[in-house]
Design a protein around this ligand. Structure first.
Ligand SMILES: CC(C)(COP(=O)(O)OP(=O)(O)OC[C@H]1O[C@@H](n2cnc3c(N)ncnc32)[C@H](O)[C@@H]1OP(=O)(O)O)[C@@H](O)C(=O)NCCC(=O)NCCS
Length: 181
């Protein structure tokens, strides 16, 4: 378990699969993600097995202060030579949006990435017009790096993606080190 200010991050369990499948098939949320076809339980299970076995991709469940699992987040492309990884997060239970949980969960994941995994840089890609996510990432300390022009096709049009990143020293300057508290 990773404990944040209000959220808890815990491993995915096989028993989460029906919830994970319901989440990923919600078009109001997956419009912001790189999802193509609706996924059946077998496909969700294959994804779960692949992530569970992977050394370079890790996913955790975000649990709200009231105990409800509300979404997931994780690191992909973890590279221990360059000390880099890619970050992703989704709160699928929409009633929990805009309450600071995404920010708290992201800070908790990054603290683990920098203090435990000893990473140097974590980056992400976000749809340029996803203003809620961008605001969340800015509060966490991610810095905009540049636009990938028309790099995905969704909703009948090409969309720009914004690359953002945060370095370990930037994270510690903003949020301090656990050892200091
Ligand atoms: C993106 C996401 C993880 C953020 O989590 P969250 O808990 O909702 O975010 P927070 O409450 O910590 O922060 C959201 C901020 O955006 C602001 N915001 C919300 N809608 C906004 C909008 N349309 N324009 C600008 N800011 C907006 C909120 O007011 C808040 O900022 P504030 O604290 O300064 O008031 C979550 O909303 C989510 O999963 N959305 C759907 C999937 C998604 O977009 N995933 C990211 C893909 S890159």
């Amino acid at each position: 378990m990773l404990r944040g200010g209000t959220v808890t991050l815990r491993p995915m369990e096989r028993s989460d699969l029906p919830t994970l499948q319901r989440w990923i098939n919600d078009p109001e949320v997956n419009r912001w993600l790189r999802v193509q076809w609706p996924l059946n339980l077998d496909q969700e299970q294959r994804w779960y097995e692949q992530v569970s076995a992977s050394g370079t991709e890790k996913v955790l469940i975000i649990v709200a202060p009231d105990g409800t699992p509300v979404g997931n987040l994780g690191l992909g492309r973890i590279d221990h030579r360059h000390r880099t990884a890619e970050f992703g997060i989704s709160i699928f239970e929409k009633a929990y949006w805009n309450q600071g949980l995404g920010t708290d969960a992201s800070i908790t994941m990054l603290r683990f990435a920098f203090e435990e995994l000893n990473l140097h840089r974590v980056s992400l890609l976000v749809q340029e017009h996803n203003l809620r996510a961008r605001r969340c990432y800015e509060k966490v300390g991610f810095v905009a790096e540049g636009i990938e022009r028309e790099s995905i096709f969704s909703g009948g049009r090409y969309l720009d993606m914004l690359r953002m990143s945060i370095l370990d020293r930037e994270f510690f300057a903003l949020h301090g080190r656990s050892a200091d508290s």
